[in-house]
Design a protein around this ligand. Sequence first.
Ligand SMILES: [Ca+2]
Ligand SMILES: [Zn+2]
Length: 421
Amino acid sequence: MLSSHAAVEVVSERNELTTDFRFKRVPPPARNDAATTAEFSLVEGHRDGNGGELAALHDGKLPRSSDAPRENFFFAAGTAGGKLRLDLGRAIAIKQVNTFSWHAGDRGPQVYTLSAGNNGTDDWKKIAAVDTRPKSGEPGGQYGVSIAESTGSLGRYRYLLFEVAHTEANDPFGNTFFSEMDVIEAGGPAPEPVAMPAARVEIVETAGGACRFAVDTTEAPDLTDWTHTELAPVLREWYPRIAKLLASAGYAAPRNVQIVFSAEMKGVAATGGTRVSCAAKWYRANLKGEAKGSIVHELVHVVQQYGLNRRNPKATPTPGWVTEGLADYIRWFLYEPQSHGAEVRARDAAKARHDASYRTTANFFNFVTTKYDPQLVTQLNAAARAGTYTEDFWKQRTGHTITELADAWRANALTSASPRN
Ligand SMILES: [Ca+2]
Ligand SMILES: [Zn+2]
């Protein structure tokens, strides 16, 4: 993206898959730039207490993940942004101002205006306006912005003023995670790039390059063989299948997906937007068992994107048991039916609840699909994604209320469940 303000050039780039803060035209973050020893102060607005101090903006360190609040500076939740002043200590010829941010969602893009002056209070001269919000699609990723002037210097200034705006106001969490702000002095020392740990990222493409996965095992190098030989084929085969099964009018499944194995994460796995985070410890212990199936479950969440409806006041939110039930239905009844991982045991059948979520709901969906409506999953997904799901859905699709369906399901489970269970 390129825009001009007088002779000032603003270059902005985004990494959607790579996480090393390296860009084609925006220089890498530096650890010896003029901002390193300068002083940031808050002129207007408040720091978010969940984030880092102003020091995070010029400590020459970069966050280790796309959700590392303490390693970024950001303005307080629920506020529209604020103003930051940078005192360089003396007037210098400024070659570039480079700013870097990283978040998996709305807090990735940067929106600010940059001014410069020499008294720090009222002689501000506007230098550039920055707005890196993508026109369409998911906003997550690493953003790099470089502001420079064609003649080589933006001018001689001691102070810079960043008037920062939030990227969205649909929820309280719209303030950008700023990771580093650099000021490169014209004729100053050669910038020394901040070192990032050597990344282990395999790009896995589905047929014809239609969709790309960045499988990141940087924090769990021992899992790299497994992701390459075992997981990659599952991604290639199952992501397109899930996208087809969960197709709906006017919707295209995300084309760029990150799968990141995290050393510190607890639990199993979680999906936010188009990023799947996996707890390396759990995967290590379950490679021969549930590992691949759990990622199939997360791929369903990547395709679902029911959150797109957050901003639609007319939408009814999809109940969590429907979302999770669909993910487990696809996993247990389509991906690995041979494992029989979502059977309802005879002794549990009488008390089984269709809305118990996960495997139990998956079993209910399978019953309704088999007995009443082979299109159930596709139709249920379309309603959930459109924000039109209500209990009427069941009556419309099958002629029965959900209570009737649940009763029939329990009765069936009681008679058909194997007695050895
Ligand atoms: Ca930093
Ligand atoms: Zn889930």
